[in-house]
Design a protein around this ligand. Structure first.
Ligand SMILES: Nc1ncnc2c1ncn2[C@@H]1O[C@H](COP(=O)(O)OP(=O)(O)OP(=O)(O)O)[C@@H](O)[C@H]1O
Length: 316
């Protein structure tokens, strides 16, 4: 760890909402023992299916919601009771952006910068995030990706030590995503503690130093990407994908250690702990079935595999 003292420490967090009329006026427990730690100079990612409790956890961590029990220490303080001094050290980019629709981007950035003692230079940040090209367009007319970049600039302008990003790449085109990722990596190198939620496991795999996976309001596993994707069986886990005609009869019994799936019509996944003999066996199966795949790829276990193993493949 680059710094032994966490910027954010969450222990045994419990949060109930309600009463909910659809549940006969009962309360509903949406967080039930979440714990996490985020350190300066690291990107910490919070992953979980829809409704797993990521946003609620971030809201409690920022002091926007009061937990029923458990503790939150943000830069050493309880954020729910903290004042402006703590808030000025924390940058927040919310999922909905929270931007005033009638304001204009550059004017808003200048306005937000004026609220801080030592803001980042507005022109530089606007340039970096490509905001200049829409600096004077009313916010209500902006595209989702333009709003997203402006929201990120607003979160950063005060030079925070901790940065919360709820779904930072939602709505971004590939160019904007690359720019935002580069910026996040630079901020990490500057020593910021960055805590983000994402549905995009590829994003987490690329950006995160440490990952927490939430499921139905609990922290179910955590670790570095390398730790979570390593497999105990000598790192022989592979996900082999190939494309061929739809509806092939799959040879499950011949390969007891491997799981065959047709993920989409004509797209197949063969996953499990492979031996070289399995590969030769697959080639024989293709030969016997007269199959010449259109493409073949083979990868180690991805964060997505780990996530689906934990959260299940069905929609919640
Ligand atoms: N004010 C509220 N009243 C009742 N239930 C709520 C309230 N806010 C959130 N919930 C419920 O709490 C659960 C967790 O919601 P939360 O937004 O934290 O999940 P999430 O992991 O961020 O989901 P998503 O990936 O969809 O953004 C959901 O089932 C949601 O419906």
């Amino acid at each position: 760890m680059p710094n032994p003292s966490p910027a954010l420490e969450v222990e045994a967090l419990v949060k109930d909402f309600g009463p909910v009329s659809a549940l006969d006026g009962k309360m509903v427990r949406v967080l039930d023992g979440v714990h996490l730690r985020a350190y300066p100079g690291q990107v910490t990612a919070l992953l979980g299916a829809n409704g797993a409790g990521k946003t609620t956890t971030l809201e409690c961590a920022q002091g926007l919601q009061r937990p029923n029990s458990g503790t939150v220490r943000l830069l050493g303080e309880n954020p729910f009771n903290a004042g402006a001094a703590l808030r000025s050290r924390v940058g927040v980019m919310l999922q909905e952006g929270g931007l005033p629709p009638s304001a204009r981007p550059l004017a808003l950035l200048n306005h937000v910068a004026a609220m801080y003692g030592a803001p980042r230079p507005v022109a530089e940040l606007a340039d970096r995030l490509g905001i200049n090209s829409y600096a004077t367009t009313g916010i209500r007319r902006l595209s989702g990706g333009q709003k997203q970049r402006l929201a990120l600039a607003c979160a950063l302008i005060g030079n925070p030590e901790v940065l919360f990003l709820d779904e930072p790449s939602a709505g971004l085109d590939p160019q904007s995503r690359t720019i935002v990722f580069e910026l996040i990596r630079e901020l990490r190198a500057e020593g910021l503690a960055i805590i983000l939620t994402t549905h995009l496991l590829d994003d987490a795999q690329k950006l995160a130093d440490y990952v927490y996976i939430l499921d139905t309001g609990r922290t179910v596993t955590h670790g570095t990407v390398a730790y979570l994707t390593a497999d105990d069986a000598g790192d022989t886990y592979r996900d082999l994908r190939f494309q061929a005609a739809p509806g092939l009869g799959l040879p499950g019994d011949t390969f007891p250690a491997l799981t065959f799936r047709e993920t989409d019509p004509g797209r197949y996944s063969v996953a499990g702990c492979f031996t070289p003999a399995d590969l030769a066996g697959l080639a024989r199966w293709w030969e016997d079935a007269g199959v010449l795949p259109l493409s073949i790829t083979m990868q180690p276990r991805s964060l997505e595999d780990v996530f689906l193993d934990i959260s299940g493949r069905e929609i919640r």
